[in-house]
Each structure stands twice: as C-alpha cells, then as structure tokens.
Design a protein around this ligand. Structure first.
Ligand SMILES: Cc1cc2nc3c(=O)[nH]c(=O)nc-3n(C[C@H](O)[C@H](O)[C@H](O)COP(=O)(O)OP(=O)(O)OC[C@H]3O[C@@H](n4cnc5c(N)ncnc54)[C@H](O)[C@@H]3O)c2cc1C
Ligand code: SF4
Length: 466
C-alpha cells in the first residue's frame, strides 16, 4: 500500500493511504493460493468468499470481484480501509504462517475504488416488496447492514438517525484522512438505491417512541444506536477549560467541519501542546487530528505498553511517522489548571504491568513514581458507553453492564419484535463486528416476521477494548 509523505500529510486532512495500483493489485491477487479450506473466510466476521473475489482480481474482472464481496458485505470501500484485517481475514491467511499474508483488505479497497473511479454502480437483485415495514434506529454500520439485507429480501425499510448526516461513527468519528466522506456517502447511496429510506434529525425515544413506531405499522424494530457517550476518568481537573472528550472533539472536526471555522459555525480550540489519553483507534484519531489542527507537539498517554494497545498497529506506525510522541505505562492522576481555569499540565503516575485482568491483558499498577507533562489541551479517549435516551424510553428492556442492551447472537432482545446489534449490545467494538451483528439480526427479523421460530441462541459476548 502506498502512503503519502508524513511531512506533507500531517498538515492536511486528505487521505493518508493511497491504495494499490492495478499492477500491485493483480500481483497481490496472484499470491493467493486459492485454498480449498480457506482460513481467511473463517477469520472474516461476515464470511466473504475471499478466494473467489481474489480470483476475479487475478482475471482483472474487478467489478466481478466487487459483486462477489457485495453478496456478503455492502460497505466494501469502508471495510477495505478501516477493518482490523490483521486480526481477522489476513491474520488467518495461511501464507502468514511462513511469510506475508495476502493483503485482503487492500484488494477489497481496490475493487471498491475501481467502481467509484469508473462511475458505475451495479445493483444486486432485489426481491419485490413483501408488504412488511421494518424500522432501523441508527445509521451506523449495524443499522445500514440490517437495512440493506432486509431491503434486498423485499422489506420496506426506514432508518431513523438522530444526527443530520447518516453513517454513525464512520461519519462523525473516523477522520477524513483515514476514511474520506465521499467514500461513506457513496456506500450510503448504494444502500439507499436498494430502496432504504433514511430519515435524519430523528431521535427515537424523543421525537417518536418505539411504541409509536409499532403503532405506525412497523412489524419489527432494530436498535443500532452505538455507544456514543463519553467515559470519564473521574480525576481532578477534568472540567478545566480545554479538556475535550474525544467524541466531542472528533464530532466538532469531522461532522461540523470545525477546522474550517469561521467558514463553518462550530469552532474547536486549537492548542500548542496536546495530551491524548487512551490507546485505542479513538485516541490515535484524536491525536492525529490535533496535529492537523496545528499543534506543535501531541503526546499519547497510555497506561499499558504498545503491545496491549487496542488500536490497529498500522495507526501507531502512521502516528509515529507523523511525529506523535508516546508515553507508555503512564496514567493521568490530575489535570492541572492556571488561574483562569485553563489546562496547563497533566500529572501522571508511572505504571508497571502485573497479572492479566478480565480483558486478558496485563493489569497496570502504579509504580509509585510520577511525572508532569506541560500541555495546554487534554483529549480524553478512554472509551465510550451507551447513551440512555432511547434505552430508558423502552419499558422492560433487559440490559447489561453500563446500559448495554442484552441481545442473543441473532440480535433478539427479551421483547418480541425488538432486535439490537452493534456497539449498543457489545460495548465499543469494530465496524465489521457491528456489520456481522446486523447480518444476523436481518435473518432473525425475517424469521420473526415470517413466523419461522428458532430457539434462543447464546447472548452476545461483551467486548472490552480499553
Ligand atoms: C474515532 C473512532 C475510530 C474508530 N476506528 C475504527 C476502525 O478503524 N476500525 C473499526 O473497525 N472500528 C473503529 N471504530 C469503532 C466502530 O466505528 C464502531 O464499533 C462502529 O461504528 C459501531 O457501529 P454501530 O452501528 O453499532 O454504531 P454507530 O456507528 O455508533 O452508529 C450509531 C448511530 O445511531 C445514532 N443514534 C444514537 N441514538 C439514536 C436515537 N435515539 N435515535 C436515532 N439515532 C440514534 C447515532 O447518531 C449514530 O449515527 C472507531 C470508533 C471511533 C469512535
Ligand atoms: S487463506 Fe490466504 S492464500 Fe488461502 S485463500 Fe485465503 S487469502 Fe488466499
């Protein structure tokens, strides 16, 4: 994969990774062994027929390859860019045992971008409308997947989205330099072209309740509202001026275009020295965004080591190349302010790693030493949790943990007709796991409406990412 020069790219929001050339794509496709029992497919949460789509690339039939992917996945240009393939399909590729695994994600991106550049869009077969309406709450990857799969099967689908743009985290969280907005818009156009209606600025639970949706004639409701509320560390100084929570910081920049203020209405405070607390994709995106807003120094403060970081390894490499500094084994204990109430420094404990905790990663403990980092902005990226607006409006819905919906593997909640999937059932996870949940829920909703019963499956496994 080609990348833009770090010295240039750190000054703008244009995409960093440039994708494969046609020659590179064909050469990469030729490396695939076309295994009879392909481990890569087992590693893909939506079970794309990977050898088959790669065989189309070998033959230079790129649209054929894309068609094959779309049988399983409606958002290939997005997944080709942001999926953690190194832990999924590529992580399972047989070639990886001895040498480099096939770059499946880059090939997926290549065929999707090929269609975009050729300005063609081929629609899959869509069944005639069957007269049943389904409401989908939230237009993130989970909601879009349920919507697309059910629309293909002949359901009349309406997606209700609280924000003024669809896409969920893809739109408001992941920055332009990793996932350009035109790519998301294109994928959403594809979903809409299947007949899916998307209603924006519609907060289910406030604008309209779930019961009112049922009264309006929807036969089933899928809840894919994500986990968009910020988590707090609960340390002194978190309410000082110039402390941001990553979700707000990224939403201001990505969705509200704060980096173009005053041409756009929403501002964001620019800082000289920024500390970003956390070790996930959200922390990396916040740090690299702060750099692009003009910060002279951006530091990641993370309580474990690089080895335990939940973000993609590629993001650490990109951030390092751009000059982001990493303070590992460091945990903030206080944010210090000046006499006007603005951030002036962050005090951290130095940590040591002990026995593994429930997440399987080694637990950090204070070493007794501390240090102070002079900064004028702190961005908290220590995880997100569920937003209670919709959940509290549904009487009797079973929840777990910090307000996540309890749903089985097929997306069924304890209330017949209400289904759920994605981050709101697992806690903050990944795009492809949300899509996988969406696919299973679509099958389950179809079974429910068509009166095909199925025994209750196992509850969705909680995911711990911080
Ligand atoms: C900054 C950031 C970077 C990330 N990077 C990656 C990455 O590189 N790779 C990866 O795989 N994953 C990444 N993730 C995680 C991934 O984006 C999420 O796991 C995924 O988007 C979850 O999908 P979802 O559909 O469950 O929810 P979301 O994407 O959160 O979408 C939920 C939608 O529901 C809407 N909504 C909420 N409440 C209501 C309501 N009451 N009524 C109507 N609509 C409502 C929200 O506005 C939102 O649009 C990242 C997350 C963040 C925050
Ligand atoms: S496991 Fe690797 S080599 Fe085998 S089919 Fe999948 S991508 Fe090709």
């Amino acid at each position: 994969m080609r990348f833009r020069n770090p010295d240039k790219r750190k000054n703008d929001f244009k995409e960093v990774a440039l994708g494969l050339t046609e020659r590179q794509a064909v050469a990469e496709a030729n490396r695939c062994l076309q295994c009879k029992k392909p481990h890569c497919v087992a590693g893909c949460p939506v079970e794309i027929d990977i050898p088959k789509f790669i065989s189309f690339v070998k033959e230079k039939d790129y649209l054929g390859g894309l068609r094959k992917i779309r049988e399983f996945n409606m958002l290939p240009a997005i997944c080709g860019r942001v999926c953690p393939q190194e832990h999924q399909c590529q992580g399972s590729c047989i070639l990886g045992k001895k040498k480099r695994s096939v770059s499946i994600g880059a090939l997926e991106r290549f065929v999707a971008d090929y269609e975009l550049s050729s300005e063609q869009m081929e629609l899959p077969e869509i069944n005639p409308l069957n007269g049943h309406r389904v409401a989908v709450v939230g237009s993130g990857p989970a909601g879009l997947t349920v919507a697309a799969d059910l629309a293909k099967s002949g359901y009349d689908i309406t997606v209700f989205e609280a924000l003024h743009e669809p896409g969920g985290v893809l739109t408001y969280g992941i920055p332009e330099f990793r996932l350009p907005k035109k790519i998301i818009q294109r994928e959403i156009e594809f979903v809409k072209s299947l007949g899916v209606k998307i209603i924006l600025n519609w907060v289910v639970g406030r604008t309209q309740t779930v019961n009112e949706l049922f009264e309006d004639g929807f036969k089933a409701i899928f809840i894919g509202v994500g986990a968009g509320s910020p988590k707090y560390l609960g340390i002194p100084g978190e309410n000082l001026n110039n402390v941001y929570f990553a979700s707000e910081f990224l939403t201001r920049v990505n969705l509200m275009k704060a980096y173009k203020f005053p041409a756009y209405d929403t501002p964001v405070k620019r800082a000289r020295r920024v500390a970003v607390v956390g070790g996930g994709n959200v922390a990396m995106d916040s740090a690299r965004t702060a750099l692009r807003l003009g910060a002279e120094k951006v530091s990641i403060v993370y309580r474990r080591t690089e080895h335990e970081m939940p973000c993609r390894h590629e993001e650490v490499e990109n951030a390092t190349e751009e000059g982001i500094e990493f303070f590992y084994l460091s945990n903030p204990k206080e944010i210090l302010g000046d006499e006007r109430g603005y951030v002036k420094a962050i005090r951290c404990d130095r940590m040591v790693l002990c026995e593994p905790d429930a997440s399987g990663r080694r637990r950090p403990e204070c070493s007794g030493e501390e240090f102070i980092l002079d900064v004028d902005q702190v961005i908290m990226a220590i995880g997100q949790t569920s937003n209670p607006i919709l959940i509290r409006s549904i009487d009797g819905l079973d929840l777990w943990g910090e307000g996540y919906i309890k749903a089985d593997h097929d997306g069924r909640t304890n209330i017949p007709g209400i289904f759920a999937g994605g981050d709101i059932t697992t806690g903050a996870a990944t795009v492809i796991s949300a899509m996988g949940a969406g696919k299973r829920a679509a099958r389950s909703i179809d079974n429910f409406i068509m009166g095909r019963s199925k025994t209750q499956s196992q509850p969705t496994e909680p995911v711990l990412t911080q």
